[in-house]
Ligand binder design. Structure first.
Ligand SMILES: [Fe+2]
Length: 407
């Protein structure tokens, strides 16, 4: 998905206004390939309609920037706050998530008009702000832009899920190709991390979410991490060896999910005339053994690691190895499951107010993923980033690399 990563990095040194325009334009660019009908569908409760993503990211600026900072601002439509609030209880009542696909009005054209209305108000606010006001605006606009980038990734994962339900397996982009993997700079095999105390978490002046802080010391290693991601070819070996049929490889909840959902292969895989195929952004394609495996859940990743006689790295192990430049394809291909439960770092404090709901209230029952994926927009990834999903989720671009205790 090289094409999706060509937008200039929205670094804030180049000005808030420029960053705002770049990020907002990228959302619309991703939506351009989709018809109004594509944009209304919600294929499961976890996924949202494209139109909803476009409107919700806009409501975020209306609610958290324009409403508190621009006394003259008038909402585009008072009813949109109910329709397009996601999970911010402190920001008022909201439409039920599983029902988002039933909202045919406002239509896609009106959502585009809503975006233009808010963009005009935002640009006027930023252009007219004096230095002091701008320093008040910057942190919340920065969160708003990073929030919108997260939704840009979800736009692709959610439309892929919708298209995967269509018997004709439509392509989001017929010319789509897997991003190039590997690097000649590094040999394969394992990177060994000796035992040591390392600083984990966000340490520079750039943006981070509150869940990446505070930086703290942690004992890491000894551990060896695979330099490479697990491939489709390796996954086919796991399948051929009865991996999905052997309860001894699975966590109890994972085995229950395999049974209940009838899993025999990664998400979006389908066997056609003896050949495995996978649904991609370019439509349904044959599974290529050399490519990294994608659309596996935490349960599957954990079972595969057990089958391989290894385990998943902790998020601290991953961060230390990635910071040291030891991992190939750490970013831009698939998010990598870690065996770390998503929980607060020592000393964690959520940001005050409604935006404190952004991360902190989800710190239970989910697992951390590190790196970034082919759908992550340019400039959004960093080595301390903590993504998180439920262990059965597999509609994201998720894969794995393995770890072991060095012998
Ligand atoms: Fe959101």
């Amino acid at each position: 998905m090289q094409e999706l990563n060509v937008a200039a990095q929205p670094t804030f040194e180049h000005g808030l206004m420029r960053a705002y325009r770049i990020v907002r334009a990228e959302t619309e660019r991703r939506a351009t390939r989709l018809s109004p009908e594509d944009q209304v569908v919600q294929s499961m409760p976890d996924a949202s309609p494209i139109k909803w993503h476009r409107a919700h990211t806009t409501w975020f600026f209306e609610k958290f920037v324009l409403e508190p900072h621009d006394p003259a601002y008038r909402p585009y439509d008072e009813r949109f706050a109910f329709l397009f609030n996601s999970y911010y209880v402190a920001a008022g009542p909201r439409h039920a998530r599983p029902q988002r696909g039933l909202v045919t009005r406002p239509d896609a054209a009106e959502v585009a008009a809503y975006r233009r209305h808010v963009d005009a108000a935002m640009e006027t606010l930023m252009a007219d702000a004096d230095a002091r006001t701008l320093s008040d605006l910057l942190p919340v606009v920065e969160i708003g832009l990073n929030h919108e980038q997260q939704h840009q990734e979800l736009m692709l994962t959610d439309i892929l899920h919708a298209f995967a339900q269509n018997p004709t397996a439509p392509a989001y982009d017929p010319g789509w190709r897997w991003p190039a993997t590997g690097s000649e700079r590094l040999a394969g095999g394992d990177a060994v991390l000796p035992e040591g105390i390392h600083v984990i978490g966000h340490q520079d002046d750039g943006f981070c979410y509150d869940n990446e802080a505070p930086a703290h010391r942690a004992l890491v290693g000894p551990v060896s991490l695979s330099r490479d991601l697990v491939t489709n070819g390796e996954w086919l070996e796991f399948m051929a060896d009865g991996g999905y049929a052997n309860p001894l490889l699975w966590l109890s909840d994972g085995w229950a999910t395999v049974q209940a959902d009838g899993w025999t292969a990664p998400g979006y895989w389908r066997e056609i005339d003896g050949q495995w195929h996978v649904m991609t952004l370019g439509g349904r394609r044959p599974v290529e053994p050399a490519l990294p495996v994608c659309h596996v859940s935490y349960y599957e990743a954990d079972a595969f690691a057990r089958w391989a006689g290894r385990h998943l790295p902790s998020e601290q192990e991953w961060e230390v190895a990635a910071r040291g430049g030891h991992l190939r394809d750490a970013f831009g291909i698939v998010w990598q499951w870690t065996r770390s439960a998503y929980s607060p770092y020592p000393g964690y404090r959520p940001v005050p107010g409604a935006l404190g709901e952004y991360n902190g209230k989800f710190m239970v029952n989910q697992m951390v993923l590190r790196g970034s994926s082919l759908a992550t927009p340019a400039g959004h990834a960093r080595v301390t980033y903590r993504n998180f999903f439920y262990p059965a989720s597999r509609w994201q671009f998720t894969g794995l690399r393995l770890a072991a205790v060095p012998s």
